[in-house]
Design a protein around this ligand. Structure first.
Ligand SMILES: Cc1ncc(COP(=O)(O)O)c(C=O)c1O
Length: 413
């Protein structure tokens, strides 16, 4: 079990008040809060060894280069990579997916080829493929949800894979419903049909053990800011033979070995994909975030979030006029710490505003997943609570009070 009270002390923002009440932060699926170790790593870099990397031979430049590259080793170890050059730093999950679209897919997807995604995707795993498909004349297919609209329909997985897609790009966990997808199984089935597999790990790498060897994916994308790290740093894992075969997405400094008037030779992996000055403090601080997560233990974080999710679903299910979406408490093994809900007849933006007056920060909207929220669930928007290692049952109790406040304000029975 996690010592949540001890963990909370590491996060200075949890001491602030929101509208005169202690902040209850239930929006970690959007971005996580940061512990002092991460904040300190950023400030230490600027105070003690701020210099550009991969260039200077003086001491602080070497120190900065070493700290930046060491952070990749930490990130690589977290997700079980075989070779450190398989970790490319980007800005975020979105950029990581776009890198695959603009580089691997640009070379390998031809007119009439199929790209398979699912109805659970975030816009960042839909729009890059739409842009590419339009350019190339490719087709996007969708793995459909089951009738209850809680998880992927297994027969749809088989049906869509039988169309022989070139690429399967799929989320590991929905940021709307919290549904965890069996990406290991899909990856195996896709590989049997010769497809490449990209996994959007934005909602799993921060919250549970993820091992790329076990999943056997070709690419894995995730964001530093959702896993206690700073904004502006993200990760693309790719199998080295694939990354090797891919052209760079951007040209410029750092991504080259040599340049002459008419041509260049690209740098080794992963720097071939890291053009220009990198987010140095972001990389270093992401390393500090990974240290923090590993010290707590990814399985412990997963177990804690599962407990909180169960508690939240049970509590919210007991409030009349409230509907909770997604898998039920009998399927918690397939559900992450994300709880979307609706209060009968009240717009989610009003719900979130009233929650805020109680000091509770939740997300309301289409959650960057309009095909799922608007077209499939048929909602203009949803309210969503999401949990992390620093949340406790008392946070959820406060959310229950906030939900009751919404009900009394809007006369919901
Ligand atoms: C499942 C999923 N994929 C992708 C993203 C995009 O992440 P970012 O905005 O950090 O690129 C998010 C962000 O919420 C997400 O939840």
């Amino acid at each position: 079990m996690l010592d949540v009270e001890k963990i909370r002390k590491d996060f200075p923002i949890l001491k602030i008040s929101e509208n005169g009440r202690p902040l209850v932060y239930l929006d970690s699926a959007a971005t996580s809060q940061k512990p002092m170790k991460v904040i300190g790593a950023i400030s230490k870099y600027y105070k003690k060894y701020n210099a550009n990397i991969h260039r200077g031979v003086y001491k602080i430049a070497e120190e900065a280069t070493e700290a930046y590259e060491k952070s990749k080793k930490k990130v690589g170890a977290l997700i079980g990579v075989k070779k450190i050059e398989e970790i490319v730093y980007t800005r975020n999950t979105t950029e990581s997916i776009n890198l695959v679209a603009l580089s691997w897919a640009e070379e390998n997807i031809k007119s009439g080829d199929r790209i398979l995604i699912s109805e659970l995707e975030h816009h960042s795993n839909i729009v890059p493929w739409q842009i590419l498909a339009k350019k190339k004349g490719a087709v996007i297919d969708y793995i459909r949800l089951n009738e209850r609209k809680t998880k992927l329909d297994e027969s749809s997985v088989e049906r869509e894979l039988a169309k022989n897609p070139k690429l399967v790009a799929i989320t590991h966990c929905s940021n709307v419903l919290g549904t965890i997808v069996d990406v290991k199984k899909i990856s195996k089935m896709a590989h049997e049909r010769g497809a490449k597999v990209l996994i959007d790990g934005a909602q799993t790498v921060p919250h549970m053990p993820v091992d790329v060897k076990e999943l056997d994916c070709d690419f894995l994308a995730f964001s530093g800011h959702k896993m206690l790290g700073p904004t502006g740093i993200g990760v693309l894992y790719g199998k080295s033979d694939l990354l090797d075969s891919m052209p760079p997405m951007f040209g410029g400094g750092d991504m080259i070995k040599t340049v002459s008037e008419q041509s260049f030779t690209p740098n080794d992996l992963p720097w071939k994909f890291e053009s220009g000055t990198s987010n140095i403090e972001g990389g270093i601080a992401l390393g500090a975030a990974v240290d923090y997560l590993k010290r707590i233990g990814m399985q412990n974080i997963r177990d804690h979030e599962k407990e909180l999710t169960k508690y939240a679903i049970e509590k919210f299910n007991r409030i009349s006029g409230v509907e909770v979406f997604g898998l039920g408490i009998d399927e918690l093994d397939s559900r992450g710490g994300v709880v979307p809900f609706e209060i009968k007849g009240v717009h989610p933006h009003d719900v979130a505003t009233i929650f805020d007056t109680e000091g509770v920060a939740i997300r309301a909207g289409h959650h960057c997943a309009m095909p799922l929220v608007v077209d499939i669930l048929k909602k203009p928007a949803l309210s969503r609570m999401s949990f992390y290692l620093y949340n406790n049952q008392s946070d959820i109790d406060t959310a229950v009070v906030a939900a009751e406040r919404v009900k009394s304000k809007f006369n919901v029975r």
